[in-house]
Design a protein around this ligand. Structure first.
Ligand code: GDP
Ligand code: IMO
Ligand code: MG
Length: 430
């Protein structure tokens, strides 16, 4: 019997590691690209041929023609935003109808989920998570509390299910004192989005995925957000509402754990975070500002400033462990090109002790312990072969591989598809 393979690609930090770019680069090696969790809270940026695209719910495999792209059951989908995203891509000449399928079991984000997101954040006051406001938490809450509305319901007594959910949400909004809204316009567009979705094939993604595997196809599962935003293992409660770790690919697509081959862990050469919550290596000084300016660290979805800091090897070791990462992919190496000194957090000082694991109460009294490395002070953006990397950068890469006990298989030196170096010495991307 022929069997295909499933690899997983996911973020190891607090999101925005550059997953979209790498999925696009790796797509030619796969038949199918499948998103397994998250929703329009994601903003995955791709650049090629002087064009820039930001994807939210659509998998990042859609630009490399002829591949099937699947939105899995673990995703939460907002029909209106999905329609906008598809129409925008159509404008730039990318037709998706025959190449994009949607799981019937994916849950729908309703307009009232977005209102609830806003109302719950307002109620939290200073303790708010700083969500993307896309209704992610409330939609996943409805899924887990067995109240959700799924894509498959569109053809199945839809209006009465929708009205029942809406009525329940409106009661909750009232209880939160959030009554100053007008749903009419958004609801009209949302319903248009529902109609629009019908032109795509609705599938039972678990059967489809396994059938594809049986017929020898190769599948790349694309994660959204990052491991430190995982609802179980991230910096709770400052997390998103889905499992962003590798196990999420199994539950979010219906593939068995023993089918998973390579796990590509994506990290930046430094670290960023959007929204509230602990970030041990965050910099509040000119170095942090420099990282933000050089790295253009502003949210792809909300435009918010991203918080910036040095790479955190404690958090990365934790993420590698949770995901079973087989290869690392390091992004935005070029952003460090001008720095004379690079720092890497190798441990934390916590309650008078030096620890090398991620503690339960990470928000309190954590002080990073840094190792300093010399910067390379060389423009790497035009480099195309790893042999051409400056020595100090090669040393940084070796240092990270040693600390993380995982090979770095791909290095990115700019946002464009072409600015990507697959390392020969680590010929691990099969
Ligand atoms: P994602 O959510 O993980 O897909 O990442 P985002 O798209 O939100 O953020 C990554 C940002 O970095 C995007 O603006 C990319 O165009 C950009 N980017 C990706 N790789 C590189 C790189 O190697 N160097 C630089 N300078 N920018 C990069
Ligand atoms: P990609 O896929 C960075 C953050 C939000 C907030 C928290 C919860 O582009 O890497 P949510 O709206 O999910 O309830 O917000 O998670 N967050 C992200 N941060 N990149 C993302 O996605 C994110 N998606 C959510 O800022 O702190
Ligand atoms: Mg992003």
């Amino acid at each position: 019997m022929k069997t295909g393979k499933v690899d997983v690609l996911l973020g190891l930090q607090w999101g925005d590691e550059g997953k979209g770019k790498v999925v696009d680069v790796l797509t030619p090696a796969y038949d199918v690209i499948a998103r397994f969790q998250g929703g329009p809270n994601a903003g995955h940026t791709l650049e090629f041929e002087s064009q820039k695209y930001v994807l939210r719910s659509i998998p990042s495999g859609i630009f490399q023609g002829g591949r099937t792209n699947i939105i899995g059951n673990g995703v939460v989908l907002a029909p209106d935003l999905f329609m906008d995203e598809v129409l925008e891509l159509q404008k730039s000449g990318h037709e998706l109808e025959n190449r994009l399928c949607i799981s019937r079991k994916a849950h729908l984000i309703m307009p009232t989920h977005r209102l609830l997101d806003a109302a719950q954040e307002a109620a939290k006051g200073a303790k708010r998570v700083g969500t993307t406001g896309k209704g992610i938490g409330p939609a996943y809450t409805d899924k887990v509390s067995r109240n959700g509305l799924r894509v498959g319901d569109i053809d199945n007594d839809f209006s009465s299910k929708y009205e029942a959910c809406k009525a329940r949400h409106e009661k909750m909004l009232k209880a939160l004192g959030y009554t100053d809204y007008n749903l009419e316009e958004t609801e009209r567009k949302w319903m248009q989005g529902i109609e629009y979705m019908r032109r795509f094939r609705f599938i039972d993604s678990e059967h489809e995925m396994n059938q594809l595997l049986r017929s020898g196809k190769s599948i790349l599962c694309e994660g959204a957000q990052g491991t430190m935003l995982d609802v179980d293992f991230g910096s709770y409660p400052f997390v998103t509402s889905s499992n962003t770790v590798c196990a999420g690919a199994c539950t979010g697509l219906g593939i068995a754990p023993n089918k998973i081959g390579n796990v590509y862990g994506i990290m930046k050469a430094y670290c960023t975070r959007v929204g509230a919550g602990p970030f041990p290596t965050e910099l509040f000084d000119a170095t942090g500002d420099a990282l933000r300016n050089i790295g253009h660290e502003y949210g792809a979805v909300t435009g918010r400033e991203r918080r910036c800091g040095w790479i955190d090897l404690v958090a990365l070791r934790y993420a590698i462990m949770l995901n079973g990462v087989t290869q690392l992919i390091m992004m935005k190496s070029d952003v460090l090109d001008t720095f004379s000194v690079i720092k890497a957090c190798v441990a934390y000082r916590y309650k008078g002790e030096t620890i090398d694991h991620f503690p339960y109460n990470v928000e309190r009294d954590i002080e990073p312990v840094y190792r300093e490395l010399p910067g390379w002070q060389t423009d790497m953006t035009q480099i195309t072969r790893e042999e051409a990397f400056p020595k100090a950068f090669k040393d940084y890469v070796s240092f990270l591989e040693e600390q993380l006990e995982t090979p770095i298989a791909i290095i990115s030196v700019g946002p464009d598809r072409a600015q990507t170096i697959v390392r020969n010495s680590n010929n691990l991307v099969k």
